[in-house]
Design a protein around this ligand. Structure first.
Ligand code: ATR
Length: 275
């Protein structure tokens, strides 16, 4: 029988997830559909129960429901607990488990670009995305993670939770050359005319600068990093890998991520460069 999957969010019209998952179903001859379900906050519970009753096989959760879905689920994986947010739900019969594949997705994207990641890593931001990435980095064995954030107290809290260091934005700016990898996780840059979360004046050439934003593909942060001679990584890889990890959980199949990165890069008007 044909299976079906969904992504719930508000708004949801511009989500690239349906395109990506349907392409992967087709590539692997899996008889399944993946549909966007526009879900306003007041409808979340109703939509969740309706999908479960109708026999959905799994779904993704995007803004603004990543936290609100948690009380509706039966189990949470450790990544979802660490992030207090869920982006993927799997079913075992009617029992649900919530996962968060964002942090691991980012780390897979980073490792694909730079398999021998070493040196000090700076994470800019201390919100949900930063938390997931910091935990995923730690899980992958990177101990030297430093957090910086506009609200320093939040950087300290996150650093404490993962035995990392916290520095102020100003100190981070002055010591940028010490870091081999700088990861931008804040929402600064979603609008192209926005500034930078911190000045890159002291960034060293050759440093890897990564942004989790993928639309625009090249954020002001990445443009500034490139101007300083840094290598750059946009957020499309994280998006594709978080989806690939969800797809693996649902189907047991590992889809072709590099091909999808090329397709989505071109769909978003960018030029794909083999990484
Ligand atoms: P998410 O779950 O997507 O990470 P979030 O929890 O709202 O979202 O966190 C947003 C992050 O972007 C925070 O680190 C936030 O800094 P504060 O903790 O000081 O709020 C950061 N951020 C948002 N707007 C910013 C701005 N204009 N300059 C610097 N940092 C900003």
């Amino acid at each position: 029988m044909k299976k079906w999957y969904a992504v719930i969010g508000d708004p949801i019209g511009h989500s690239l997830s349906p395109f990506m998952h349907e392409q992967w179903f087709e590539e692997h001859n899996i008889d399944a559909a993946y549909i966007p379900v526009h879900t306003e906050p007041f409808e979340l519970e109703k939509v969740f129960h309706a999908m479960r009753t109708l026999g959905i096989s799994g779904f993704n959760v995007t803004l603004p429901h990543k936290q609100a879905i948690i009380p509706l689920l039966d189990n949470l994986d450790e990544t979802a607990i660490a992030m207090s947010a869920v982006n993927t739900v799997t079913f075992n019969g009617k029992r649900t488990t919530g996962w968060n594949t964002d942090g691991d997705g980012f780390v897979r994207s980073l490792m694909a670009k730079q398999p021998d990641l070493e040196g000090k890593v700076l994470v800019i931001g201390a919100g949900g995305a930063a938390r997931g990435i910091a935990f995923a980095l730690k899980k992958a064995g990177f101990d030297s993670v430093t957090i910086t954030n506009r609200t320093f107290r939040r950087a300290e809290e996150l650093a404490e939770a993962m035995n990392g260091n916290a520095v102020t934005l100003r100190d981070a700016e002055l010591s940028l050359a010490e870091f081999s990898t700088i990861i931008q996780t804040t929402s600064v840059g979603l609008a192209e005319d926005e500034g930078l979360p911190l000045s890159l004046d002291h960034a060293a050439a050759g440093t890897l600068a990564a942004d989790i934003i993928y639309n625009p593909l090249e954020t002001p942060f990445l443009k500034a990093a490139e101007a300083k001679g840094c290598r750059t990584l946009n957020g499309i890889g994280m998006f594709v890998y978080q989806g690939a990890i969800a797809f693996e959980k649902w189907t047991g199949v590992s889809p072709d991520t590099e091909k999808m990165i090329r397709i989505l890069t071109e769909k978003l008007g960018g030029t794909y460069v083999n990484r």
